[in-house]
Design a protein around this ligand. Sequence first.
Ligand SMILES: [Zn+2]
Ligand SMILES: [Zn+2]
Length: 134
Amino acid sequence: MLREAALRVTRPRVAVLNAVHAHPHADTDSIIGAVRRELPGVSRQAVYDVLHALTAAGLVRRIEPSGSVARYESRVGDNHHHVVCRSCGLIADVDCAVGAAPCLTASDGRGFSIDEAEVVYWGLCPDCSTAGNS
Ligand SMILES: [Zn+2]
Ligand SMILES: [Zn+2]
């Protein structure tokens, strides 16, 4: 993946990419923890820099639901959406509402050339909604 994106293959980059693959929607701290299990000496700044480079190269997508810290995932390019639990912050992937990205077609695009739509569904996850009902 790194070579395809014309990025030099370094151990921190591989470790960060592995961590994002293994923990979808992880925040930076969890990613640093996972990377350090593989590469104990890596600095926070190094992980930040790698996340930035991977995001810029399109290998990783950064999402930031309001009220949440930035989170990263390796599922990119499909314009999928997210459902976020208001109570515990759990995030899950949601496919486009109808098939393949029709929600990119705004009713009035105001002349913009639109390439992404960001939709966040808010609610309660199954665990939290059960807890609230009991
Ligand atoms: Zn929840
Ligand atoms: Zn996702």
